[in-house]
Write a protein that binds this ligand. Structure first.
Ligand code: TLP
Length: 340
């Protein structure tokens, strides 16, 4: 099976399974799991923050961050295609009681003037702006990278108005590798960062939230409220730590594979590539082929190739550790065959 539905689909390697079996564990709600403690310290140090918190998923990390940064009745500024707005079940409204202030964007970048204008002045009628939200890489823009310079400008605006910035960095390491900047530099532009261990980094479960110590102390309580106080969590922290230590260098390969696929779409198929491919995500429009997304997915499935429909005429392909160059070549040949 060639599974291009998401970079979340990677299976744990034999080495990871060994690490899981042998992990040193304790009850993490008492702070006694040595493996997760090591992972949290390692992640915080890597991103240049005081503290880290292991969370079960990107969604849990994002929601713990919103709960820790805001109060009910505040507003969070975000782009109108952010994951937190589209794909987290309105959890920010349901759990934190905040209002989402969505703004248009270009490749994940909200116009800076519009961003600043959206910050609420003091007025008895208005909600307070409690948080500014960025997503890097930007999923719905096809894994586009927010440049460091853009993030620094957002930070300047946020500091001027004394508002914290959170980065949904589910794929922050892809951004760092693609733009050849360190995750530390990217993370320095934000008060808190969530990044996923279970996407490009290839761990089976988990995400990290990092920030200063008082923020992480609060987020830890919020994680408990969200049911994320796990016990012998070392069994999943061990492969996650291994991923973080060993997997970053290979993300460039996923980006290469995505570019190979992009070139094939441009040269050999009527499927229209929608995004510039900077990292590991591609969106194609099926309209010029006279087939809709579901029809394409069925045809690909016959060749054991799997992708996801995002609209009735949009398909997403995501490259990851379990996709080899041979797999990409097979996909390209299959696409040519279907169209011929
Ligand atoms: N993204 C998933 C789906 O939910 C769409 C995927 O397959 O891409 N932030 C961003 C930018 C994400 O892309 C995702 C997951 C999350 C947060 C949530 O992470 P999880 O799935 O671990 O809750």
């Amino acid at each position: 099976m060639i599974d291009l539905r998401s970079d979340t689909v990677t299976k744990p390697t034999d080495e990871m399974r060994q690490l899981m079996a042998n992990a040193d564990v304790g009850d993490d709600v008492y702070g006694e799991d040595p493996t997760v403690n090591e992972l949290e310290a390692y992640a915080a140090e890597m991103l240049g923050k005081e503290a880290g918190l292991f969370v079960t998923s990107g969604t849990q990390g994002n929601q713990a961050a919103i709960l820790a940064h805001t109060r009910p009745g505040q507003e969070v500024i975000m782009d109108d295609e952010s994951h937190v707005f589209l794909y987290e079940g309105a959890a920010a409204a349901a759990f934190a009681g905040v209002q989402s202030r969505t703004l248009p964007h270009d490749r994940g970048q909200i116009d800076l003037e519009q961003l600043e204008a959206a910050i609420r002045p003091e007025d008895v009628h208005f909600p307070e702006t409690g948080l500014i939200w960025l997503e890097n890489t930007h999923n719905r823009s096809g894994g586009s990278v927010l440049p460091l310079s853009y993030m620094m400008q957002v930070q300047q605006i946020a500091e001027k108005h004394n508002i914290p910035v959170h980065v949904d960095g589910a794929r922050l390491f892809n951004a760092a590798v693609a733009n050849n900047v360190s995750v530390k530099e990217l993370s320095a532009c934000a008060d808190s960062v969530q990044f996923c261990l279970s996407k490009g980094l290839g761990a089976p479960i988990g995400s990290m939230l990092v920030g200063d110590k008082s923020f992480i102390d609060t987020a830890r309580k919020k994680r408990k409220m969200l049911g994320g106080g796990l016990r012998q969590v070392g069994v999943i922290a061990a492969p996650a730590l291994h991923s973080l230590k060993t997997s970053i260098y290979r993300l460039a390969e996923d980006h290469e594979h995505a570019k190979m696929l992009a070139k094939a779409f441009e040269d050999h198929t009527k499927l229209a590539l929608i995004n510039d491919v900077e990292t590991n995500i591609l969106y194609v429009d099926t309209t010029p082929t006279n087939k809709n997304a579901d029809e394409w997915l069925e045809l690909l499935k016959e060749h054991d190739i799997h992708a996801n429909a995002f609209t009735s005429t949009t398909i997403r392909f995501v490259t990851h550790r379990d996709i080899s160059k041979d797999d990409i070549e097979k996909v390209i040949n299959t696409l040519k065959q279907i169209e011929s």
